[in-house]
Design a protein around this ligand. Structure first.
Ligand code: ATP
Ligand code: MG
Length: 434
């Protein structure tokens, strides 16, 4: 007999076969209620002493919670049962026994702390609203892919092991590569730029990236995922921002369209952002911060405390998503193009959701001499980056792009406070298992 899901029980008649986890069990003597859970929901299995044979009854009595079972039985309407139907079993099979005690309660009735939940993530994810986060994440990726495909982007896969750091700084993970040292990439940056010298023009990648972040914050992971794109023949960073805002709108759109059930389970109301998104300059952002009592030195990054106040102000004005553009050139990575009109500034932007930075992007330098100069100015050695610089020697079009943190996107739009909840198996300075 073919297995059906619990979601297909309403509307079926006669005998059906369901398989899943024994989420709950209530034994009232002459009658026993088993709640079977599968991917899409739950159904009640009603075992009546006078309806079943002795073997089935004995097995039902011995079943431990969270064991995997297979049940064949007749569907009967019962208003009191969850979903309005119950199954009266004709046969019951134990497919995999769960040991006692359970490491945590997958119903979430007894609250486990985040560390315990992450230690037992496979079981944590049996809870519907936990799994919903990852169903939303799946939809977000589909929305991003759809948008980028429609705008002529090709999905590529660039190397994740490399010879040098990408973003500068010390936050790289060295690995042993046979007899030499190599590194995990900090982003797809250098390779997606190399692709601009290949004639592909528009490329994107949804990719992991690694940063040996020393800070332990609710927004940082050592292994994070990025929606990364790069495009050629742009006029300036505004061309990139236009794609960036379409991508987030379409991600939200896909979530709203196909994830209604998940949003309900998570109790999240999502608004599709109206385009164009609000654009602030870095200088304007500093002014808001100052009005709110947070002094940021011109040239510094905007700290999280100030960002919260800026985010609150923008929220009051009706904006969840907003850009901050024209960052000081020396605050940004070497590959960003200084504004030719005023080289103190760069042709850069961040996309924020309230206080969370989601994305950084802008126009890149495509002139070899200027690029070498910027690498040196930031204390790096151009001769370490030969493989990258070679691509600027033989015809590199003007180009730009962005890298958007997928984990941060999910956490922020779902109102999740700790980014770890938005990743299946998070990697942090303190966590390498499971
Ligand atoms: P932050 O200042 O918040 O540490 P960043 O400016 O160093 O981030 P970028 O180099 O701009 O990060 O990377 C692009 C995007 O990738 C970020 O906006 C963020 O969404 C995501 N990202 C970068 N580093 C991390 C990390 N350690 N954990 C999670 N997401 C990250
Ligand atoms: Mg950034």
């Amino acid at each position: 007999m073919e297995r059906i899901h619990t979601s297909d029980i309403a509307g079926s008649s006669g005998s059906v076969k369901v398989q899943g986890w024994l989420r709950e069990k209530r034994d009232l003597g002459s009658i026993m209620f088993l709640i079977l859970a599968d991917r899409y929901g739950e159904v009640q299995i009603t075992v009546k002493e006078d309806e079943v044979d002795g073997n089935l009854l004995e097995l039902a009595e011995e079943l431990t919670r969270e064991s995997v079972i297979s049940v064949v039985g007749a569907v009967k309407e019962n208003e009191q049962a969850p979903g309005g139907n119950e199954i009266h079993p004709e046969s019951l099979e134990l497919l995999s026994e769960a040991k006692k005690p359970l490491p945590m309660d997958p119903r979430g009735k007894q609250d486990a702390n985040l560390a315990t939940r992450l230690d037992n993530r496979f079981m944590d994810l049996r809870k519907v609203d936990r799994r919903a986060i990852f169903e939303v994440r799946d939809l977000a990726c589909r929305g991003a892919r759809k948008c980028l495909e429609e705008n002529g982007f090709m999905e590529v896969h660039t190397p994740k092991i490399t010879v040098s750091g990408t973003e500068g700084g010390a936050e790289v993970f060295p690995i042993i590569y046979y007899e030499r040292e190599a590194f995990l990439v900090q982003s797809a940056q250098l390779y997606k730029q190399l692709m601009q010298a290949s004639g592909a023009e528009r490329v994107y990648e949804i990719t992991p990236q690694w940063r040996a972040e020393k800070s332990r914050t609710p927004r940082h992971l050592t292994e994070s995922w990025s929606v990364d794109m790069e495009m050629s023949f742009i006029e300036d960073q505004e061309d990139v921002m236009e794609v960036q805002e379409m991508v987030v709108r379409d991600m939200v759109n896909m979530i709203k369209e196909k994830g209604r059930k998940q949003l309900e389970e998570l109790d999240v109301g999502l608004e599709i952002p109206e385009l164009p998104l609000k654009r602030l300059t870095y200088d304007e952002a500093l002014e808001i911060a100052e009005e709110e009592g947070e002094d940021i030195q011109w040239g510094e990054d905007i700290n999280i405390k100030a960002m919260r106040k800026i985010g609150d102000r923008l929220k009051e004005e009706g904006h969840d998503f907003y850009f901050i553009k024209r960052w000081p050139a020396d605050e940004r990575a070497f590959y960003y193009r200084p504004d030719p009109e005023d080289t103190k500034y760069s042709q850069t932007f961040d996309l924020n959701y309230r206080s969370w930075e989601l994305s950084s992007g802008g126009q890149r330098i495509h002139n070899l001499e200027l690029l070498k100069k910027r690498i040196e100015e930031q204390g790096m050695d151009p001769s370490d980056m030969r493989f990258y610089l070679d691509a600027f020697r033989y015809g590199m079009p003007p180009h730009g792009g962005f890298g958007m943190g997928l984990d941060r996107f999910i956490a922020s739009v779902l109102g999740i406070e700790n980014i770890k909840e938005a990743v299946l198996f998070p990697r942090t300075p303190d966590r390498l298992e499971p």
